[in-house]
Design a protein around this ligand. Structure first.
Ligand code: ADP
Length: 244
């Protein structure tokens, strides 16, 4: 059995050299898939996730459709090559649970009442897993919905806060997730300031919880800027193409 790594070094930095309140490099590209109505590729350090949106379109099978709103369907899935050991492509209990919590987070922002009897399908595919795949996936999904032109109250930006060697750290990587004491994935609507996804693995004190939420809000503020730039640059590119 491998021994537990030191997660906070003597100089106070983390195993990958980051400060506790420092997120990994964030890269976001919108409109990366030609055949989907909306798509986004999101990278938080080594975690790389793609999301694709289809719809609103006829909800099939028809019995799932709702007379007063669109039905949102979400599939979170880890590609077999996304982890160090090949993951079975069949959906696991974990993936089914994550699909549900991500769907609930998105339902809080999508104006589903505008599209009765239709379905909106969101596919989240983890290409490379290095911690925080559900939160990167949630960010990607909200951007793919925006890219598909689906009206929303706000975007959703996800980030995971952890407690490692007694220290609160933001945007946990896989080693921190694996060996840390607690892990708190959060989804935030950056303009409304609401929390739409909130999970906790492990134990935190009240003060730690308060500080963790504060760290998450600060981190998502920055990620939101990157996300807005990504959406903006896609439309600027489109505009350029129209001009030519
Ligand atoms: P999240 O990715 O949202 O943090 P978890 O806390 O369940 O979700 O997983 C933490 C990390 O553990 C993942 O990001 C991934 O790097 C790794 N992991 C999860 N499931 C598997 C798996 N089946 N095989 C290998 N690694 C996995």
């Amino acid at each position: 059995m491998s021994s537990r790594p030191v997660l906070i070094r003597e100089d106070g930095r983390r195993i990958d050299g980051r400060k506790p309140d420092e997120i990994r490099p964030v890269k976001i590209t919108v409109g990366v898939l030609k055949n989907a109505n909306g798509s986004a590729l999101v990278e938080y350090g080594g975690t790389r996730v793609i999301a694709a949106v289809y719809g609103p379109r006829e909800a099939l099978p028809r019995h799932i459709s709702m007379p007063d709103r669109a039905v949102l369907r979400v599939r979170y899935h880890m590609a077999p090559f996304s982890t160090d050991e090949r993951k079975s492509p069949a959906p696991t209990r974990r993936e089914i649970e994550l699909s549900k919590v991500i769907r609930e987070a998105l339902e809080a922002v999508v104006f589903t009442q505008l599209f009765p009897r239709t379905g909106i399908d969101v596919f989240i595919e983890v290409l490379q897993a290095d911690g925080g795949t559900r939160t990167a996936g949630l960010t990607a999904a909200s951007l793919a919905l925006a890219d598909a032109g689906i009206p929303m109250k706000d975007l959703v930006i996800g980030v995971a806060v952890g407690k490692v060697d007694g220290v609160l750290v933001v945007d946990v990587n896989e080693v921190e997730d694996q060996y840390g004491e607690a892990d708190l994935p959060i989804g935030i609507t950056p303009n409304l300031g609401e929390i739409v996804l909130f999970q906790l693995n492990g134990v935190l004190t009240r003060d730690e919880l308060r500080n963790a939420v504060e760290l998450a809000f600060k981190a998502t503020e920055y990620i939101y800027k990157v996300a807005k730039d990504a959406l903006h640059s896609k439309y600027m590119k489109l505009l350029e193409e129209v001009k030519v």
